[in-house]
Design a binder for this molecule. Structure first.
Ligand code: RNT
Ligand code: ZN
Length: 413
């Protein structure tokens, strides 16, 4: 508390109100992805592997093997994350005694998740699963040359949308339904255009039924490349950016889906001029789309700064997308989500008016001095205060809580 009062003072000298920043931070929900808990396996079959060029590596003990275990792990993780958040479910995480194929899924197959989310005060988001399935083995789904395969996946996508809408209606909170397909070619295609036309047509069919925005909203997620689709990804950034603008969809920007030297943060304000809502998949690509746990690095800080300075928090849904099986899976969730919040807090603690004024006055020296001096302010004390106020541990207490739980689930293999 004493440290906070001191920090409050120091920020006040720069015209920054720490209490206002904390109040704003507590309003921001993060959509935590279910798939960090079990290495993107889901609950359809025992020997599932993710496929589609995405892969969790590592063999740390403790992977959730059942929906109940996954919910236990999530309850634990949310118990260490300040604030009220959302859970982002993939279609392959159905919780049912039946084994419906992807083109036969219904809201009923997710009923335990909806009940649990209501109980926990969580919102739900959703994703059709276009990978880890025999009909996706060629890394072609909605753009497959065979119309029967395309029909199968169109039906899956339609059902996923209805499920998302059902979840949104049941919980009174609009669910993001994010569409990512692995489609692409390992080697140079002869006809990129034909594949892109097929993807476009399948999406048109999948999305033709309008659903109420207060229940669900569709997003499309682009990608640069993946394992097995090095030469061509059908759903590239240009493809989906154009499509989202034409169709009034949300655009999903995954931090790992661009060239490693591109700044994804820089894209936000550009995209926001043409798209009314954005979805983020915060991640940490290392040399490629490696899906490492979000750390408090420059890229994530830059993203948070853009959200705040461009006033985009109100029309950006913040989701996470990483999966690391070399460390405790629950620790990964907690660390990645808290780092996202820390980055947002950092951005909320900047004197934006003064920074903007120096920029408008072409005083770029002052802008740089400000940016650099501001790095030395006591952000940690404000974060600690946030944890105290929300009754969440930090520092060594956080470490031991994470370790205890990880030990407790270590018998799972
Ligand atoms: C894959 C995409 C996609 C997936 C999830 C599991 O490259 O990032 O978002 O990670 O759908
Ligand atoms: Zn993603």
């Amino acid at each position: 508390m004493e440290q906070y009062t001191h920090a409050q003072d120091q920020f006040a000298q720069w015209g920054v109100d720490t209490d206002a920043a904390l109040a704003q931070l507590s309003e921001i929900s993060i959509s935590v992805h279910c798939w960090q808990g079990d290495d993107v396996r889901g609950f359809e079959t025992q020997d599932a592997s993710s496929g589609g060029g995405i892969q969790a590596t590592g063999n740390h003990p403790g992977r959730a093997r059942t929906p109940d275990e996954l919910r236990d792990d999530l309850e634990f993780a949310f118990g260490l994350i300040p604030g009220r958040h959302r859970l982002n479910l993939h279609a392959c995480y159905m919780d049912t005694d039946q084994s419906p194929d992807r083109d036969a899924i219904e809201l009923a197959h997710f009923a335990p998740w909806v009940d649990w989310a209501r109980d926990q005060g969580l919102g739900l988001d959703f994703n059709p699963t276009f990978f880890a399935h025999p009909k996706a083995d060629d890394n072609l789904t909605l753009s497959h040359p065979d119309p029967a395969i395309r029909d199968f996946w169109v039906e899956h996508g339609r059902r996923a949308r209805d499920i998302a809408a059902g979840m949104g209606a049941a919980l009174g909170s609009s669910a993001a339904n994010n569409i990512w397909v692995p489609d692409g070619y390992k080697d140079t295609p002869a006809d990129r255009m034909a594949a892109r036309r097929r993807l476009e047509l399948s999406l048109d069919r999948m999305l033709e039924n309008p659903l109420p925005r207060e229940h669900m909203r569709d997003a499309v997620e682009s990608k640069l490349f993946g394992i097995g689709v090095e030469a061509c990804t059908i759903g590239s950034h240009e493809f989906y950016m154009g499509y989202a603008i034409r169709k009034g969809l949300m655009l999903c920007l995954d931090m790992g889906h661009f060239h490693p030297t591109e700044s994804v943060a820089d894209k936000l304000s550009a995209v926001a001029l043409s798209v009314d809502e954005m979805l983020l998949h915060l991640s940490r690509p290392m040399r490629w789309d490696s899906d490492h746990v979000v750390t408090l690095n420059d890229d994530v800080l830059a993203m948070a700064r853009e959200l705040v300075s461009a006033d985009l928090l109100g029309r950006t849904r913040i989701g996470l997308d990483f999966f690391d099986a070399t460390i405790s899976r629950t620790a990964a969730w907690v660390i990645g989500t808290r780092n996202t919040q820390k980055a947002l807090l950092h951005a909320l603690l900047q004197p934006w008016t003064e920074l903007r004024m120096s920029e408008d006055a072409l005083d770029h020296s002052k802008r740089l001095i400000l940016q650099e001096e501001l790095r030395d302010l006591p952000y940690g004390a404000v974060w600690q205060e946030f944890c105290d106020r929300t009754d969440r541990p930090a520092g060594r207490n956080l470490m031991s809580a994470l370790r205890d739980y990880s030990d407790r689930v270590a018998h799972r293999t």
